[in-house]
Design a protein around this ligand. Structure first.
Ligand code: PLP
Length: 436
């Protein structure tokens, strides 16, 4: 039995200090009805809470930790960088270095700007698209999460889905009115809207592999429709690869599916566990950004030397060895195949999706293609599965609307232990269903 005495006290204390006791909603474990372990430290594939429980970690700080926690090279580079000062508010060589690295991996990005979060990246990319086209309306897809900027917090996934708040109070109706939301993977309704209003659309923003309604894979014809319609109507196609970048494949979903967007948003991995993100794309678009052009965007800590250092070192680790991401993907495949097999043995219908080093599991007998499918899956079964896994030392995201992440630090033994634990968890789901 898992002891969470210290975490329980810490959570109670934190609730008097922060809304829900957390600085980001999903961390509160609301949907899975247990206390979130408070974390003391992490190393490689494992994470340890303040009660001394150690877990195999598949949250990976929600994506960034592809090289594992506290990678010795990242830690050393950060220690050396900190000793040189933590922020200057002035240009550094590190910023050009990370820009060059990112460009070399994402050739569709001709110029880019570093920001501090994925939210800032998508918000700024939209501003560029609107400023460049002189149009206000944008299209996003239900269940896709692009951060919490006003115009994007409409039919959003992630925490907004977990808590049933697709539209947040405080988002002006006029702002939401400029956001058209359509079902993911539905080329037909997309084509119909573009045929009718395409010349009023500034941008189409999409997670080319959707990771915030659980992991949902794109149909290739859907991504192709996005590209051809935006091209035909002079709208900007923005790929939000904040999550799937470097994971679906090293060169992102855009390389994997062979579709080149006008702009790309990156985050998570490029900060190596520190706050950093970026938006970039065609030079003629990025040259509209201040001070080169009239579209304003700025940041006191943008390009921060510590964040750039952690990002550069992480990108080096995953690119120097050309098989790094391929290996992590292979580990993930072993895991997803094991999960499917254990679920079948327990007689529990699941839909397991994988894209590179990401995976997720829905309790449903249907293939999950969009937010409606994802929402229809059995979330109570998920809570039972989640609790059983946590008890067995497997740390998963506490919601079926979140994606699991594998790192280069996960070992064969980690994967084997996780599959074993899943067998027990699926049996718990089966007996829960019998008792229901
Ligand atoms: C995490 C995420 C964001 C938001 O990034 P933050 O750094 O949390 O603001 C945006 N888009 C996608 C696809 C994400 O997964």
């Amino acid at each position: 039995m898992l002891t969470l005495t210290h975490s329980q006290a810490a959570f109670k204390d934190a609730q008097s200090l922060m809304p829900g006791g957390v600085n980001s909603p999903v961390r509160s474990y609301g949907r899975v009805r247990c206390t979130p372990p408070f974390i003391a430290s992490a190393k490689g594939s494992s994470i340890t809470d303040i009660d001394g429980n150690t877990y195999i970690d598949y949250v990976g700080s929600w994506g960034p930790m592809i090289a594992g926690h506290a990678h010795p090279r990242v830690v050393k580079a950060l220690q050396e960088a900190a000793a040189r000062g933590t922020s200057y508010g002035a240009p550094t060589l590190l910023e050009s270095e990370i820009a060059r690295l990112i460009k070399s991996i994402y050739p569709s990005i001709e110029k880019l700007r570093m920001v501090n979060s994925g939210t800032e990246a998508t918000m700024s990319a939209l501003r560029v698209a609107r400023g460049f086209t002189g149009r206000d309306k944008i299209i996003k897809f239900q269940g896709c999460y692009h951060g919490h900027a006003d115009s994007l917090l409409v039919s959003a996934g992630s925490g907004a889905a977990t808590f049933g708040q697709p539209d947040s109070p405080g988002v002006p109706a006029a702002t939401a009115a400029d956001t058209i939301t359509l079902p993911y993977n539905d080329s037909k309704s997309f084509n119909r809207i573009m045929d009718g209003f395409g010349n009023d659309i500034a941008a189409v923003i999409v997670e080319p592999v959707a990771g915030n309604m659980g992991l949902v894979l794109p149909e290739e014809s859907f991504l192709q429709a996005l590209r051809s319609q935006t091209q035909a109507h002079g709208a900007i196609l923005i790929f939000d690869e904040v999550m799937c970048g470097f994971r679906t494949a090293l060169h992102g979903a855009q390389a994997y599916y062979g579709i080149t967007p006008d702009m790309t948003c990156l985050g998570k991995i490029i900060g190596g566990g520190l706050p950093a993100a970026a938006y970039g794309g065609k030079a003629y678009l990025m040259d509209c950004v201040s001070p080169a052009g009239p579209i304003y965007q700025a940041g006191t800590l943008s390009g921060n030397p510590l964040a750039m250092t952690a990002g550069i070192e992480t990108l080096r680790i995953i690119t120097e060895d050309p098989s790094y991401t391929v290996r992590v993907t292979a580990h993930t495949t072993t895991l997803t195949e094991g999960l499917r097999q254990k679920a079948a043995e327990a007689g529990v219908a699941v839909c397991v999706h994988q894209s590179g080093s990401m995976f997720s599991l829905f309790f449903t007998d249907k293939d999950v293609k969009n937010f409606a499918d994802s929402s229809a899956a059995d979330q109570d079964a998920f809570a039972v599965y989640f609790q059983s896994m946590l008890e067995q030392g497997i740390y998963l995201p506490p919601s079926q609307f979140e994606t699991c992440f594998v790192s280069g630090a996960h070992t064969d033994d980690d994967i084997r232990r996780t599959i074993e634990a899943a067998g027990t968890a699926f049996a718990a789901v089966a007996s829960y269903r019998q008792s229901r």
